[in-house]
Design a protein. Structure first.
Length: 370
């Protein structure tokens, strides 16, 4: 499989408006700006933290990625957004200090303070976020500013990432963080997760109040944040096979080696069979319909959630190419990166004779708990 996802160990939002409030178990993560809230005239901001298990990151790099060419993106899925009358940029940095998730939720009464907050790294009264004399290569909100606190982060150009949203753009976050993962893997910097914040903060203007809210790891939906790994596993080695590549249309495509039910621990090789729908008439002592053909090298797969109609794995010309061996075209899927108790559909895209076609003739499967 050339696409694989892992999910967070912990996450939390830090609010300058509620300096000691912990939100470690809240279903929402927030990177927003507000002005004049709760009678406080000064502009306020929120940022959020996400951390993934180091052991899972190392396991993917060591045992799953089969290529030196790989990429990892941090993905967060929008729950609600408003106030984006201007282009809005989200920045992501690796956090430069440890923090405790806590068990709070937004607006708990009484306020939960047993985890990280705008002021504190671990819990109310513990270690404060550094606001001066930052470690080499890191920064945060300076103590001379009204927004002191809110995390600390590494500022190396190779570690930072960003994504800009226009008014009509999809607001899901999808930022390349490969350089950060290389740094964690090599122990160049410790893995304390990511901090995400708006590029423009604490603007004292009621016309600039972009609010971006995302599902957290504690969401009851199928949209928790994730790290998505992609790598090149394409091979086209047909050995001594006498099968040829299909070059006529229309074509009939089917997906074999699909029992329909998988457990999360499954890794399956799906075989893709192809033949002309209307073969040329020839004299033969065997059925022409038993002849299999390879799909061209410009062929790709995708996987879609049947209920939401969202692509779980989208077509990618580099990372989801169909491979081929002596038997047929094929691709591998590791089911541990999918949500359980859901149905999925496989799509195949290929280019034949200069035209591009997409096939999805009821290629379904389900992941079950086991």
């Amino acid at each position: 499989m050339a696409v694989y996802k892992i999910f967070p160990e912990k996450d939390a939002t830090l609010y300058s408006l509620y300096e000691e409030m912990n939100t470690g178990l809240d279903e929402i993560l927030e990177a927003s700006l507000v002005v004049g809230d709760l009678g406080k005239p000064a502009p306020q901001a929120s940022r959020f933290l996400i951390q993934f298990f180091t052991s899972e990151i190392n396991d993917v790099i060591n045992t799953k990625i089969s290529s030196s060419t790989w990429q990892s993106n941090l993905r967060c899925f929008v729950a609600n957004e408003d106030g984006l009358n201007l282009d809005t940029t989200i920045m992501v940095f690796p956090v430069s200090g440890s923090w405790n998730m806590g068990t709070g939720k937004f607006a708990n009464s009484p306020e939960t303070q047993n985890g990280c907050s705008w002021v504190w790294r671990d819990y109310q009264g513990s270690t404060r976020w550094t606001t001066s004399s930052f470690a080499a290569g890191s920064t945060g909100s300076y103590s001379t500013s009204s927004d002191a606190g809110g995390g600390t982060w590494y500022i190396s150009g190779s570690y930072s990432g960003s994504q800009t949203f226009g008014y009509w753009d999809n607001k899901d976050i999808n930022i390349n963080v490969t350089n950060v993962l290389h740094a964690w893997y090599s122990s160049s910097i410790p893995n304390n997760g990511f901090i995400l914040k708006q590029d423009l903060e604490f603007v004292d203007n009621v016309n600039v109040q972009p609010n971006l809210k995302y599902f957290s790891v504690d969401t009851h939906t199928i949209y928790p944040p994730c790290l998505e790994f992609k790598w090149v596993d394409f091979t086209f080695n047909t050995g001594s096979s006498t099968q040829t590549t299909i070059n006529t249309i229309p074509a009939t495509i089917s997906v074999a080696e699909n029992p329909g039910i998988f457990y999360p621990s499954s890794i399956n090789k799906f075989r893709v069979n192809a033949r002309p729908t209307y073969p040329n008439r020839v004299f033969s002592t065997s059925s022409y319909f038993t002849n299999n053909f390879y799909l061209p090298t410009s062929s790709y797969y995708a996987v879609k959630d049947l209920t939401t109609n969202d692509y779980v794995i989208d077509f990618d010309t580099q990372y989801t190419k169909l491979s081929a061996d002596a038997t047929s075209s094929y691709f591998n899927l590791d089911m541990s990166g999918f949500e359980t108790e859901r149905y999925y559909e496989i799509f195949i895209k290929t280019t034949i004779g200069g035209s591009t076609f997409e096939f999805n003739d009821n290629f379904y499967f389900k992941i079950v708990n086991g």
